[in-house]
Design a binder for this molecule. Structure first.
Ligand SMILES: Cc1cc2nc3c(=O)[nH]c(=O)nc-3n(C[C@H](O)[C@H](O)[C@H](O)COP(=O)(O)O)c2cc1C
Length: 184
């Protein structure tokens, strides 16, 4: 079986992030033969053309190159994409060679009542320019303030949490299928 490795990127930098919890949950439900590693973007400075790439950004770019696809966990800040995630994508987008073009990607998010749907649709627009191949379905819109999450950000083993786990599992399966089709 061909193994596939995906890279998770979370737009929230706080310790008890629900969005990071979504990525940790995804790690536990990856289809056999695939895995998900989670990038550390917490030290990235804001992109500037005048700034040399720091080592943390270089390491991230290496991870992006090696990944068969991306899993983007997007918090919604003021109806849009949290800036840490946009900034990480901005850094990669300036690397020669269109690293993201054609890469499969999955999007999910945890936020207020609309489950980051507004931010996710902004992110999808960003992904058009980057030429990422974002899965349309399933969409994962979760409520960060519900019983689906423990206080530390992990997806809970409650009824809501289990439903969310199933949605994430389906999304990861769809991502693997997409990556498999592209690798053939
Ligand atoms: C600056 C800021 C703006 C926010 N704006 C929104 C918003 O527009 N929509 C929403 O659903 N939640 C909003 N929230 C609440 C976040 O969705 C919530 O804090 C969520 O838990 C953040 O994700 P995290 O747990 O991964 O950090 C906002 C939070 C912050 C800090």
């Amino acid at each position: 079986m061909q193994t596939k490795t995906f890279l998770g990127v979370c737009g929230s930098l706080r310790k008890a992030s629900r969005n990071m919890g979504l990525l940790r949950c995804a790690q536990t439900v990856m289809p056999e033969g695939s895995s998900l590693i989670i990038a550390d973007i917490s030290e990235f400075p804001f992109y500037s053309a005048d700034r040399e790439q720091p080592e943390c950004v270089k390491a991230f770019i290496r991870q992006v190159k090696q990944a068969d696809g991306l899993v983007l966990a997007v918090p919604e800040y003021n109806y849009s994409v949290a800036p840490a995630l946009k900034n990480a994508l901005d850094w990669v987008s300036r690397e020669p060679g269109s690293l993201l073009a054609g890469k499969p990607a999955a999007i999910m998010g945890a936020g207020g009542g609309m489950g980051t749907s507004r931010a996710q649709y902004h992110l999808r627009q960003i992904c058009v320019y980057l030429d990422l191949r974002v899965l349309n379905k399933p969409e994962v819109f979760s409520n960060a303030f519900s019983a689906a999450f423990f206080n530390n950000g992990d997806v809970a083993d409650t009824e809501e949490g289990k439903k969310l786990q199933t949605e994430i599992k389906e999304l990861m399966a769809a991502l693997c299928r997409q990556a498999g089709q592209q690798l053939r």
